[in-house]
Write a protein of this length. Structure first.
Length: 232
């Protein structure tokens, strides 16, 4: 169980759940998380949240009992240059931004194209994390990818859904192993996320944590632990 989970979605993402933010923060508190983040899909995802929705997040509570709550976005990367589906004036109001490639916007990319797309997104100063860089439809050279993450101060994600048996991404488990090996080689931290749609999977990362253990991935490179130590 994660104590810090920053990649989750409520009903506002338009698919996968009817749970509201309140339902989710109640559940995160009940499960004993220290820090919980909601990161809705942006308008590039059908049914995703609008710009005005994201602007309203600053009115919401940032604490519930012992739980710290933060509000971000999972922005969709829309083109070969890494353009996002939310403008900078919205992104800068958020606590953090996760950028990810999704099949509706970009179908298949070769190694060179994927790296170009990721670097384009990383160059956006508001992007903090790169979502699920583990899908062979967007294959990437992990040494080059991780080097770029360090250069542009972005943290790649280890996504629980990607490495679970129900994963719909291609070759994710194999790709995640290569990602983690490159992170160890270059000393690059990784964010572990549930990517829970609704409250049912909040903080859950059983398969991700198994891989971490299996590879003896060092605790000091787990971004969740770095943040938890800073807030405790
Ligand atoms: Zn995603
Ligand atoms: Zn997501």
């Amino acid at each position: 169980m994660l104590s810090v989970d920053l990649h989750t979605h409520s009903i506002a993402s338009g698919h996968g759940s009817t749970d509201r933010i309140t339902d989710m923060t109640d559940e995160a508190l009940r499960r004993g998380l220290a820090l919980f983040g909601i990161s809705e899909h942006g308008p590039g995802t059908p049914g995703g949240a609008s710009c005005s929705y994201f602007l309203g997040l600053k009115l919401l509570p940032r604490r519930k009992g012992s739980l710290i709550i933060r509000y971000g976005a999972e922005a969709n990367i829309m083109d070969i240059d890494g353009k996002l589906d939310l403008p900078d004036h919205i992104l800068k109001e958020l606590d953090y931004v996760i950028a990810g490639i999704h099949p509706r916007a970009l179908k298949h990319l070769d190694r060179e194209q994927s790296l170009r797309v990721y670097i384009g997104a990383m160059k956006n100063p508001f992007v903090t994390f790169i979502a699920h860089p583990d899908d062979s439809r967007y294959e990437v050279d992990y040494n080059a990818f991780v080097s770029a993450c360090l250069k542009y101060r972005c943290v790649p994600e280890l996504n629980e859904i990607s490495v679970s048996p129900a994963s719909y991404r291609k070759d994710s488990r194999k790709n995640v192993r290569n990602l983690l090996k490159a992170c160890m080689l270059y000393n690059c931290p990784v964010l572990i996320s549930s990517d829970s749609h609704g409250r049912k999977g909040i903080g859950e990362a059983t398969h991700a944590e198994e891989l971490i253990k299996d590879l003896s991935f060092p605790e000091e490179l787990i971004f969740n632990s770095i943040i938890r130590d800073r807030i405790s």
